[in-house]
Design a protein around this ligand. Structure first.
Ligand code: NAD
Length: 471
């Protein structure tokens, strides 16, 4: 305990590459091996999977290359000077720490932990913490930058950050997972705090992990609930936070549906990744009357023309089951073929890079609402645009989680709790306004929504940074 966090501050044209705002090249792709997401814990009622299994192919292009590509496109359109673009491409602070934990085999295992603070011009850094075996600095850096644009697009007074530990939580006992969370917090607490940087859950972490992080931070700083969000209700978490990202996905879907002349109650949808985001999006789509015709997790995929009951599947997964051993409606299918199911709406809600050059052309949806971060590579994005698929991009579509995290932080700072209807209604207002602003910008530009969203976010960050005198 108490080990110093090693800080590597980058500036100018440091960590993020050449810093030039030249012609953005589309990153090259290829297939990568299986990737398994994982979840853990009791208080979070999200569906979580815990097994490893063959998974659909993913693009080799990294999350970082995807985010940089879109930044480059927007920077060029906005005519950002090279020196300003160089500041925005690189992280403000990158912390990498050793997370040594004694596991059940009696040995000390050393994991790597990261916290990247990308840009804080608009307020304290904000972003999730991911526990996944493939977490590395490149991925965390990309996800931190994505948070900077996302918080700006939905007009929250935050900057962007992300963190992670390269651990597979499905392989750990609860006490081991707790030890990882506490050890990680001990190493990074110096750069966190309610006015500095506020973590939240992401892939492989949940409300229980947030509770341990808050408790560990409190040992050093006194009880500070506003130091993390996504906490359990019993520990000043916010009503509605657990479902918030999925709810936001469904809210923007409702805004977008008329643009493809779709009645939400008639919609047939597919969910890739039935974890927190995917399972809540599916249940709330079902509440609207929509029908889930296909779904997957890291263990496999099922499909049914007549519909799969999202509520029952979520109960099954919450009880420790997985999509592949669900004995409700639905036929087992090859997870690689999920993308080719005919549907109105495809909701990627697993990991990055899963819609890529080699499978985008097979997609038969009218609309894609991105629950996951960076699920679509730039090549796949242009294939889908050419096919006329309306894409509601991640930086807008999955912002519901950080919006309700913001509400949780506000409630914690006031030690006052809002009821769930209040939270959901405020979320609807913010998501609706952000959707409209992005859609208007896209219309003005004659562009798809993604470049328009990046432009809005980048413009707002540039304005804040220059008004502060930072750039
Ligand atoms: P989670 O760990 O709860 O769920 C991930 C799901 O994806 C699991 O069901 C897992 O089995 C599945 N999965 C993993 N590999 C897969 C594969 N190859 N094929 C099909 N399914 C696979 O994570 P989550 O919190 O739901 O996050 C999902 C995505 O949404 C991530 O990209 C995350 O960054 C993004 N996101 C999450 C939040 C949030 O509030 N949790 C907010 C914004 C964005």
């Amino acid at each position: 305990m108490g080990e110093e966090a090693t800080e590597q501050r980058t500036d100018g044209d440091g960590a993020a590459g050449d810093g030039a705002a030249g012609e953005p090249a589309v990153p090259q792709e290829g297939d990568a091996g299986p990737h398994a997401g994982a979840g853990h814990g009791e208080p979070d009622k999200s569906a979580k999977k815990t097994e490893d299994a063959p998974a659909p192919s993913r693009a080799e292009v990294s999350n970082y290359e995807i985010v940089e590509h879109w930044f480059g496109v927007a920077a060029e359109r906005l005519d950002l000077p090279d020196d300003v673009a160089a500041v925005l491409r690189s992280s403000y602070r990158e912390v990498q720490v050793q997370v040594p934990v004694k596991l059940g085999d009696g040995k000390v295992h050393v994991f790597s932990g990261y916290r990247v603070q990308h840009n804080g011009a608009r307020g304290p850094y904000k972003g999730g913490i991911r526990f996944h075996p493939e977490v590395d600095l490149d991925e965390v850096r990309a996800l931190a930058e994505l948070m900077t644009w996302k918080t700006a697009i939905v007009s929250l007074p935050y900057g962007g950050a992300k963190g992670g530990v390269n651990v597979d939580p499905s392989k750990l006992e609860p006490h081991e997972l707790q030890a990882v969370a506490r050890s990680f917090m001990d190493k990074i607490e110096k750069v966190l705090g309610p006015t500095r940087d506020i973590p939240a859950p992401d892939v492989g972490t949940n409300a229980q992990v947030m509770a341990w992080l808050m408790d560990e931070y409190g040992k050093l700083h006194g009880h500070t609930p506003a130091c993390v969000t996504g906490k359990p209700i019993a520990l000043e978490g916010s009503y509605g936070r657990e479902a918030a990202t999925g709810r936001g996905v469904v809210q923007v879907f409702r805004e977008a549906a008329p643009r493809v002349e779709l009645d939400p109650a008639e919609a047939r949808f597919v969910v890739q990744g039935f974890g927190n985001v995917g399972s809540w999006a599916a249940r709330l789509m079902q509440e609207l009357g929509a029908t889930m015709v296909g779904v997957s997790d890291a263990t496999g995929a099922i499909a049914s023309e007549g519909g799969i009951d999202a509520e029952k599947l979520a109960e099954h997964v919450y009880a420790g089951g997985s999509v592949s051993d669900f004995d409700g409606s639905g036929e087992q299918m090859d997870a690689d073929d999920l993308v080719a199911l005919e549907c109105d709406v495809f909701i990627p809600a697993a990991l990055g890079g899963m819609i890529h050059r080699d499978n985008a052309d097979r997609m038969r949806c009218r609309m894609m609402v991105e629950g996951a971060n960076s699920p679509t590579t730039p090549t796949a994005d242009s294939i889908l645009n050419d096919k006329g698929v309306l894409i509601v991009p991640d930086v807008l579509a999955n912002a519901g989680g950080v919006v309700v995290s913001y509400f949780e932080w506000v409630q914690n700072l006031q030690h006052f709790r809002w009821d769930e209807d209040d939270v959901n209604e405020r979320l609807r207002e913010i998501m609706g306004r952000a959707f409209q602003e992005v859609a208007d910008r896209a219309e003005q530009n004659g562009s798809p929504m993604r470049p328009a969203a990046y432009e809005l976010g980048i413009e707002r960050v540039v304005e804040a940074a220059s008004t502060r005198g930072y750039i």
